[in-house]
Write a protein that binds this ligand. Structure first.
Ligand code: HEM
Length: 382
């Protein structure tokens, strides 16, 4: 037994992956900062505490040899803090700002990719919309944005990288498969044309990123654009079907943007933001030591009653403040949030315009997963 206190020896990955919300509520009310004995990390469940941690990279850093992302794809913006972080983040963040996306005609591009994908299955009357719509949409848009030649290999590569990122049990085979997948991705980048946009992005910082740094930062950007956008489209459609929101959308009482936003809060696709403690610190009366690891539980923060009224309810009339923590906050705030919101809302609008009789299978279980939360398939018919 560890001497860290308060300590919980009931929470494990299966509890968090299945239905974590009763556990989140219990922890938040009794022990908002708690040592999870079975996971070997501190868990933080409150909205304000998570924000405070994420805003303070001097005390709670991503920079650590144990950073599970860095062990898979090498050092990149989500494994660095301070000036080294800014240098890597800046060139990829700028083209993803909303005005830049608008100038690049991104909404039209999303609409056209969505139409093209729907053309391929519209006459079938049924499809798994995760496999046929959400995944290819997300991969095509992010690959196109960065100028990565599209190949179907990218799906397997980023599935293996996602598994390695979520490998909290430290399975060596999963870790090795993730590293091999990253090498395969770096080879795809090597073969990309000399004028591929990701190459020029990598030069817009001082000093410019070298080829290894470029590959690692492009990999985290593709990963962000693929895994999480897929989950957002899938989770939103699942919530729309389960809660019967079709009429509200059809009558213009709400928008897809609002349904996406509330889904991001209610079933957050990314559930954790992991940090390493750089110096002894006291949080909510609990002392953490240098070298400890903690997880800000974003899905728990997004259901904190101190921040969100009736947090367990899916409400379309929720004010836009406080902001959801689904994209984290502080210096590592997701660079792809404007694209993700635009992409999910635009694609779903096109989907329902084209298939107005769409129905999601009724007996689907809810999303699951601790690190990344979604459904493995989304069978639908029309
Ligand atoms: C709804 C979809 C998305 C969700 C829920 C999401 C969530 C997140 C979260 C929680 C973080 C912070 C992690 C941490 O602080 O530990 C993050 C960072 C990041 N995201 Fe996203 N993301 C999404 C979409 C995207 C998209 C579309 C892209 C790129 C096209 C992207 C690229 C990145 C990158 C590169 C970072 C690292 C930023 C940094 O370290 O400064 N994400 N994302």
């Amino acid at each position: 037994m560890d001497d860290r206190a308060p300590c919980d020896d009931t929470v494990d990955l299966s509890v968090l992956a299945a239905d974590p919300y009763p556990t989140f509520d219990r922890l938040r009310a009794n022990t908002p900062v708690v040592w999870a004995e079975r996971l070997g990390v501190w868990l933080v469940t409150g909205y304000d505490l998570c924000r405070r941690i994420l805003a303070d990279p001097d005390t709670f850093t991503v920079s650590h040899p144990d950073n599970i992302l860095q062990r898979t794809i090498g050092p990149m913006m989500l494994s660095r803090d301070g000036p080294a972080h800014k240098r890597m983040r800046r060139p990829f963040a700028q083209p993803l700002h909303l005005p830049a996306l608008r100038r690049a005609g991104m909404e039209d591009r999303i609409r056209s990719v969505a139409e093209h994908l729907i053309d391929a299955f519209a006459s079938d009357g049924a499809a798994d919309l995760r496999a046929r719509f959400a995944r290819p949409l997300a991969m095509r848009i992010v690959a196109d944005h960065l100028g990565i030649p599209f190949t179907v290999e990218l799906f397997d590569i980023f599935d293996a990288i996602a598994a390695a990122f979520a490998n909290q049990e430290d399975d060596p085979r999963v870790a090795a498969a993730g590293q091999d997948a990253f090498s395969a991705f770096a080879s795809i980048l090597d073969r990309a044309p000399a004028d591929a946009p990701f190459r020029s992005m990598a030069t817009h910082t001082d000093p410019p990123l070298d080829p290894d740094e470029t590959a690692s930062n492009v990999a985290i950007t593709v990963f962000g654009g693929f895994e999480t956008v897929t989950a957002t489209v899938v989770n939103t459609l699942w919530a729309w079907g389960r809660l019967g929101l079709g009429e509200e959308i059809a009558q213009g009482a709400t928008t897809w943007g609002t349904v996406v936003e509330e889904t991001l809060r209610w079933e957050s696709p990314v559930q954790t933001a992991t940090r390493h403690v750089t110096r002894e610190v006291t949080l909510a009366g609990t002392t953490l030591r240098r070298g400890d690891t903690l997880q800000c539980l974003l899905g728990a923060a997004n259901r904190d009653p101190a921040a969100f009224d009736q947090p367990e309810r899916f409400r379309l009339d929720r004010p836009r403040t406080p902001k959801v923590l689904s994209f984290a906050s502080g210096p590592h705030l997701c660079i792809g949030a404007p694209l993700a919101r635009m992409e999910a809302a635009t694609a779903l609008r096109v989907l329902l315009d084209r298939l107005p009789h769409l129905r999601i299978s009724e007996d689907l279980p809810p999303p699951r997963g601790h690190e990344f939360r979604s459904l493995p398939a989304l069978p639908a018919h029309w």
